[in-house]
Design a protein around this ligand. Structure first.
Ligand code: PMT
Length: 475
């Protein structure tokens, strides 16, 4: 199962350290090459000789003891996974704060591949506010965690804090290796959270979206190898790119600006359909009686990016025959002979080598073939769509996935919505239920494709639902 995998185990000072001897045996039995790095305290619980004998490799404690032409912590990072078990409160705190005062910590700090943390400690320590804050930090930074179990603890009490059994650690490691990299090389843009439309400096219109569904999608896409951009209504600390856009208009702008070269866009954000027309600069005072707020419609981002895809495809189709007759230099302006803005940008970036008379020949050629009227119309459509920063790497084939939040007639409404919006898939969820959807850790969804085929994914954690959605779409 783990043939030829290079596993690095990090052992910290805790009674559960002795159990790691069995973990090493499990890894070795399944074909892995195991190296071990320990904190000095770990050696109070297990000997270097035992770990060395079981792993068949040198065991590392201090910096400056590996006989290689590389700094020690860097040499150790050339492993496929780093499993830190047991992970003490002390090590967790240092990892979460970038402290590197021993070899295990500096190795973790420089480790660019998956890290699995398996905590073990006394119940009160585990429940300590700062330990929990550190755990949250590690999780949000992309560390995998195998949470401790409840049971009899070495300090003589029953409670939470027991290191998970080595069989569980082994299985988790296997699961981490079997994470399919189905999105390797793909660029994905995902939106998350509920937009906040301002009324005045202190009040706004919003909804109950927590962003959990969108973040679960982004986390999973990242683990599957995608280059992820998350556009969310609040900031998150993640190993991928995050752009914060509290309002629908800001989200629209960010989505359009970041559309270039994407393979897929997933709109899981709950975007407000309306915003207040005139946002008050000052806090609105109680005046007695009614207060009327005029709302205006927000852009429908999902619909716009689907429309933009159609515009792009038809444009690329229109210029394709011409492109065939063009020289390399002429290709620099192939997409928009009439779009002054775009052409200027190309001149400035130095990509176009056309001199002005070549340009006019090209434009004249285009006119002859397609007629000036058609070109004007086409240009207008592009301007009107509001997405003018098309680049030569902009794809017209990106997959668009929308979400559909309904409180009644879920499937029926979702079928109508996918046709109206023009996306490839719509993920329908019932937001009238308290146990799923808005602000819940779980969801239950129906994936509807543009041929109106439906796939039901039963209630599960948003993590697992997100994984299933991505697998259904990309496998
Ligand atoms: O964030 P959580 O608490 O985890 O909850 C998850 C969720 C319930 C918010 C999520 O699963 C979900 O259903 N998201 C879509 C919410 C929504 O706005 O649905 P809608 O049916 O109103 O919109 C349909 C689609 O159009 C959505 O993809 C939405 O992002 C998009 N839209 C909507 C309005 C608008 N002005 N622009 C849009 O792009």
């Amino acid at each position: 199962m783990l043939e030829n995998k290079n596993i690095l185990i990090g052992i910290t000072g805790g009674i559960a350290a002795y159990k790691i001897c069995n973990l090493i045996r499990l890894y070795k039995k399944s074909g892995a090459n195991v190296r071990v790095v320990v904190t000095p305290n770990a050696l109070n619980f297990v000997t270097k000789l035992t770990l060395q004998t079981l792993s068949g490799n040198e065991v590392y404690v201090d910096n400056f003891e590996i006989d290689e032409y590389k700094p020690e912590h860097i040499a150790l990072t050339e492993s496929d996974i780093f499993v830190i078990a047991p992970a003490s409160a002390n090590t967790i705190g240092k990892l979460a704060n970038g402290i590197c005062d021993n070899l295990l910590l500096s190795t973790a700090c420089a480790f660019a591949r998956p890290i699995l943390i398996v905590p073990a400690m006394n119940e009160n320590m585990w429940n300590n506010k700062f330990v929990q804050e550190n755990m949250t930090k590690l999780k949000t930074a992309g560390y995998e965690v195998l949470e401790p179990a409840s049971g009899f603890l070495a300090c003589g009490v029953n409670g939470i804090g027991r290191m998970r059994e080595v069989e569980d650690i082994f299985e988790k490691t296997v699961a981490m290796f079997s994470q399919k990299q189905i999105l390797k090389g793909k660029k994905i843009l995902i939106t998350a959270g509920g937009t906040r439309e301002k009324i005045d400096p202190v009040r706004y219109i919003t909804n109950s979206s927590s962003g959990k569904m969108g973040i679960a999608l982004a986390d999973n896409a990242y683990k599957m190898g995608a280059d992820v951009t998350l556009i969310s209504t609040f900031g998150v600390e993640k190993p991928y790119r995050n752009i914060v856009t509290p309002t629908a208009l800001e989200m629209e702008k960010a989505v359009k600006e970041n559309l270039s070269a994407k393979d897929c866009v997933i709109m899981s954000a709950a975007v407000s359909d309306y915003r207040v027309e005139n946002v008050s600069e000052q806090k609105i005072k109680k005046q007695g009686g009614e207060l009327n707020l005029k709302l205006v419609e927000n852009p429908d981002i999902l619909k716009e990016i689907c429309q933009e895809r159609i515009n792009l495809a038809s444009h690329q189709e229109a210029v394709a025959p011409l492109e065939g007759e063009m020289s390399e230099g002429q290709r620099g302006v192939n997409i928009k002979p009439y779009n002054e803005e775009h052409r200027e940008a190309q001149y400035n970036s130095g990509t176009s080598q056309l001199c002005s008379d070549q340009r006019s020949t090209y434009v004249a050629e285009f006119d002859k073939q397609y007629g000036t009227e058609a070109n004007e119309e086409h240009r207008e459509a592009q301007y009107n769509s509001g997405i003018s920063q098309l680049c030569s790497d902009q794809k017209s084939t990106y997959v668009v996935v929308g979400f559909c939040a309904e409180s009644e007639n879920l499937i029926e409404n979702a079928k109508t919505k996918i046709q109206k919006k023009g996306c490839d898939y719509l993920i329908a969820n019932d937001i009238s239920r308290k146990d799923i959807g808005f602000n819940s850790d779980e969801n239950e969804v129906y994936i509807i494709d543009k041929s109106l085929n439906i796939k039901h994914i039963e209630k599960d954690t948003k993590e697992n639902i997100a994984k299933r959605i991505l697998e259904e779409i990309f496998e």
